[in-house]
Write a protein that binds this ligand. Structure first.
Ligand code: ARG
Length: 582
């Protein structure tokens, strides 16, 4: 059993096939006119074109073939040939009772999937620009895991570029490299001090290099020496990386964002020289204006795709160099099915070049998929990328702190968690804040830009994380009241209000699959919001605890229990924790 629509698609697919028509035309989906029917199939229209028949006639053939299927309470042809379907209540209870894993089917794919989401630069602290990659990427990872895929989420740190040469150069020039040498990455105070130091030093060193040719040259020289693992550069670099990692881990943890691999650009250094030699030997790479480049333009292109820069004139590795070397490493280490990069869509040209050059250089087989799942920008209320009040880049940590503060205030405003002790209330505020941030982000189609509105997202009403948490907590506290009431094995009895809720449960696998297929968690968010709303009206419209008929009370309690399971499973995929109470 998967979703209800998928089960029905199977049945209608067979009916189409029985009429000599393609199975796929039997695709059934949830009706977009729930007032007319629960499900619909639009395949008769395409089938009619193929069979050169009238669509209503084709539809009639399907309806006749289905007349012996006991699971439909009604089948009707509407308009030009839509097939409208309702299922019996007996089918719905059967569906729920037979269901395993909430209808989530395991994959048969055993090859490795690598997800690349993150890519923070270790020369500075995480900022709001890193949010989307992390939350979308780890949701996709969680879904893949749930479906039994072998998946590895890799942070792919930005740790091997000129930014490192600039930063290290500045410490050395100022005679302040002891600050780094003496710092202990295990000591939170040291980490904090160094990260604060970066906020000033990194932009300072970067601006200085941009303004002064000699400084830029020095930064480049240091980068080359670093990439050759020369001291003191390499030792300083290691320390900087460790400190930065310690700091990031705290923030990613707060967001429930998980990585399986904490690798970086530097980890593939050993692959670079052989790769460059190989590209040269294959005569794919050539010198242009001092740099080593690879042409990636093809005759089919309608727009210009500039050559990929494989190394700079001084031999230094670039962003593209390490990305190709990383593909080489992944191919070597794993039996790869695909690599998916969940990275800002403004980098689409970069990935196009990297993928093309990798194919051209034969570093990856054609049966390995390379996908850039790009995302849009998170904007502030003014419609430009989210900033601090003074116009600076907002550190991700400060952004979360701000949300926690707002969550505390909002809880007080709506009088939630009022009589709960301070420690637990803090924990609740944290969970509300994370739910607000993540749900605000994940509910947007991946490629859309969106405006983050803290006030609206922290509301306990509307399409927000706090609303979902509130509904989940509400079900939970209802269920706590009936501990000992033995409803788990109850028969499901269906009246109108129950039916709507069950039909929605039957959509869960579709929402999960769509989110995976498009690397777009907004399908799951939309679904969870509808489920929370459906529960809310169920709760408001039917008797549950006050139902005198014991069989019906038990059935309703069981539905509440199931609704909670779906909600918490869905939120878990998004990496959103539900408080025990509030
Ligand atoms: N470090 C890059 C940046 O700051 C992002 C890395 C994304 N991942 C990748 N494999 N290129 O823009």
């Amino acid at each position: 059993m998967t979703s209800i629509a998928q089960n029905l698609s199977e049945i209608l697919g067979n009916a189409f096939e029985g009429q000599g028509l393609p199975f796929d035309l039997g695709l059934v989906r949830v009706s977009d006119r729930p007032d007319l029917a629960q499900f619909q199939c639009n395949g008769a229209m395409s089938a009619a074109k193929l069979a050169k028949k009238n669509p209503r006639e084709v539809a009639q053939g399907i309806v006749d073939a289905l007349s012996n299927e006991g699971i439909f309470s009604s089948i009707e042809i509407a308009g030009p040939g839509f097939i409208n379907l309702n299922v019996t209540d007996a089918y719905l209870t059967h569906y729920l009772s037979e269901l395993e894993n909430l209808g989530i089917k395991s994959t048969s794919e055993t090859r490795q999937i690598v997800l690349d989401y993150g890519g923070p630069n270790v020369a500075k602290a995480l900022h709001v620009g890193h949010l989307r990659s992390a939350v979308i990427g780890s949701t996709v990872r969680n879904i893949l895991k749930l479906k039994g895929y072998n998946v590895l989420g890799d942070i792919h740190l930005g740790d091997w570029g000129t930014q490192m040469g600039m930063l290290i150069g500045d410490y050395l020039r100022e005679g302040e490299s002891d600050l780094i040498s003496n710092a202990n990455p295990q000591n939170p105070d040291d980490v904090k001090n160094i990260m604060t130091d970066f906020t000033v030093r990194y932009p300072k060193s970067s601006n200085a290099a941009k303004a002064d040719k000699e400084l830029m040259q020095e930064a480049r020289d240091i980068t080359v020496k670093l990439q050759n693992k020369e001291e003191p550069y390499f030792g300083l670099w290691q320390k900087i990386r460790d400190i930065s990692l310690a700091d990031m881990k705290v923030t990613y943890d707060r967001l429930n964002v998980t990585f399986d691999l904490w690798k970086g650009e530097a980890d593939v250094n050993e692959y670079i020289a052989p790769m460059v030699a190989d590209f040269k030997a294959k005569q794919i790479a050539y010198i242009s204006e001092g740099a080593l480049v690879v042409d990636v333009q093809t005759n089919e292109d309608t727009k210009k795709i500039p050559p990929l820069m494989l190394t700079k004139s001084d031999g230094a590795a670039l962003y593209s160099t390490t990305d190709i070397a990383t593909i080489i490493e992944r191919v070597k280490l794993y039996d790869l099915a695909r690599i998916v990069y969940i990275v800002d869509q403004r980098q689409s040209l970069h990935f196009e070049q990297v993928f093309r050059a990798s194919r051209k250089g034969d570093v990856v087989d054609d049966n390995v998929e390379l996908t850039h799942a790009g995302f849009g920008t998170m904007n502030g209320p003014d419609g430009t990328p989210f900033k601090t009040r003074t116009g600076g880049v907002m550190p991700l940590k400060d952004f979360i702190d701000l949300a926690v503060e707002k969550a505390q205030a909002r809880l007080a405003e709506v009088n939630l968690a009022a009589d709960i002790d301070a420690d637990e209330r803090d924990d609740i505020a944290n969970k509300v804040a994370i739910a607000a941030i993540k749900f605000a982000d994940l509910q947007n189609p991946r490629q859309s830009d969106y405006i983050f509105d803290m006030d609206r997202m922290m509301s306990f009403e509307g399409k927000t994380g706090p609303y979902l948490l509130y509904q989940a907590v509400r079900i939970n506290s209802l269920l706590k009241k009936v501990q000992g009431d033995d409803f788990e094995g109850a028969d499901i009895l269906i009246e109108d209000a129950d039916r709507a809720l069950i039909l929605l449960m039957g959509e869960f696998p579709d929402a999960v699959n769509l989110s995976l297929q498009h690397y777009a968690p907004h399908y799951l968010c939309e679904y969870l919001y509808r489920l929370a709303q459906a529960f809310s009206s169920f709760y408001g419209n039917v008797h549950i605890l006050s139902e005198d008929n014991e069989a019906l009370r038990h059935s309703r309690l069981l539905l509440c229990h199931k609704a909670h399971t779906y909600l918490s499973q869905g939120l878990d995929l998004l990496g959103i924790d539900i408080p025990e109470r509030m």
